[in-house]
Design a binder for this molecule. Structure first.
Ligand code: ADP
Ligand code: 5GP
Length: 205
C-alpha cells in the first residue's frame, strides 16, 4: 500500500445522484487531480468519449482483464461489468496526485480493503422521486434501465455506514462546495507532510 493512499477520494452512490457532475467540478477547481477512468462493458452513451469517460470493451476483453489481474477492483453493476485498472492508480498516487473514483458501493468496499486510508463520500438525493426525475431528465437511459437503476439505488443505501461522509446532493452549489472542501483537506493529512524538510528547516540546516 502506498503512503499516498491518503490522497484517494471515492465518490459512490446511486446512478443519477450527481457523482460525475461533482467530479467534473473537482477536476476544474483543483490542480494535480487524477480521475480514475474505469473500463466497462456497458454500451457507450451519446456524448461519451472513449478514454475520457470510460474505456469501452467487450465482455471477452473485460474477462481477460480480470484473468490478467489488471483491476484494482471490479464489479457487475446493473448487469454490466465495471473495473478500475490498478497501474494508473499506483502511478498517480506515486506522483502525489489527488485520485478521484466514481465507483459503486461494491467498488468502494474493495478499494477500502486495498487502501484503508482512502476517504469516501456517499452521494445521494433526498428521496427516490428526485433520483428518478434526474435520471429521466438526463435522457441517457431507457425507462427499463432507469427502473433497474432505481432498484439498485435502494440497495446501495444499505452501505451508507461504511462511508466517511454522506452528501445529499440537493442544491448543486452547496454540493460542489462540500466535495471541494473535503478534497482540499486531504492534502493536509499529517501523513502527506514532508516531515524531513520541516525538521531540517526548524533545526536551521
Ligand atoms: P451520476 O454520475 O451520479 O450518475 P450525474 O452527475 O450524471 O450523476 O447527474 C445526473 C443528472 O442530474 C445530470 O443530468 C445532472 O446534470 C443532474 N444533477 C446533478 N446534480 C444536480 C442537482 N443538485 N440538482 C439538479 N440536477 C442535478
Ligand atoms: P454509469 O453506467 O451510470 O456510468 O455507472 C453505473 C455505476 O457504475 C455507477 O454507480 C458508477 O459509479 C459505477 N462504476 C463506474 N465505474 C466503476 C468501476 O470501475 N468500478 C465499480 N465498482 N463501479 C463503477
Amino acid at each position: 500500500m502506498s503512503d499516498h493512499a491518503y490522497q484517494i477520494l471515492v465518490l459512490a452512490g446511486p446512478s443519477g445522484a450527481g457523482k460525475s457532475t461533482l467530479i467534473k467540478h473537482l477536476l476544474q477547481s483543483l490542480p494535480d487531480v487524477y480521475f480514475s477512468i474505469s473500463t466497462t462493458t456497458r454500451t457507450k452513451r451519446e456524448g461519451e468519449i472513449e478514454g475520457q469517460h470510460y474505456y469501452f470493451v467487450s465482455q471477452e476483453a473485460f474477462l481477460a482483464g480480470i484473468e490478467n489481474q489488471q483491476f484494482l477492483e471490479w464489479a457487475c453493476v446493473h448487469g454490466d461489468y465495471y473495473g478500475t485498472s490498478l497501474k494508473p492508480i499506483q502511478e498517480a498516487l506515486q506522483a502525489k496526485q489527488l485520485v478521484l473514483f466514481d465507483i459503486d458501493v461494491q467498488g468502494h468496499r474493495s478499494v477500502r480493503e486495498v487502501y484503508p486510508k482512502a476517504t469516501s463520500i456517499f452521494i445521494t438525493t433526498k428521496n427516490a422521486q428526485v433520483l428518478q426525475d434526474r435520471l429521466e431528465k438526463r435522457q441517457t437511459d431507457s425507462l427499463a434501465v432507469i427502473a433497474r437503476r432505481m432498484a439498485t439505488a435502494f440497495k446501495e443505501l444499505q452501505d451508507v455506514d461504511l462511508f466517511d461522509y454522506v452528501l445529499i446532493n440537493d442544491n448543486l452549489e452547496d454540493a460542489k462546495e462540500m466535495v471541494l472542501s473535503v478534497a482540499k483537506t486531504l492534502r493536509y493529512k499529517q501523513q502527506m507532510f514532508p516531515k524531513d524538510a520541516l525538521y531540517q528547516a526548524w533545526s536551521g540546516n
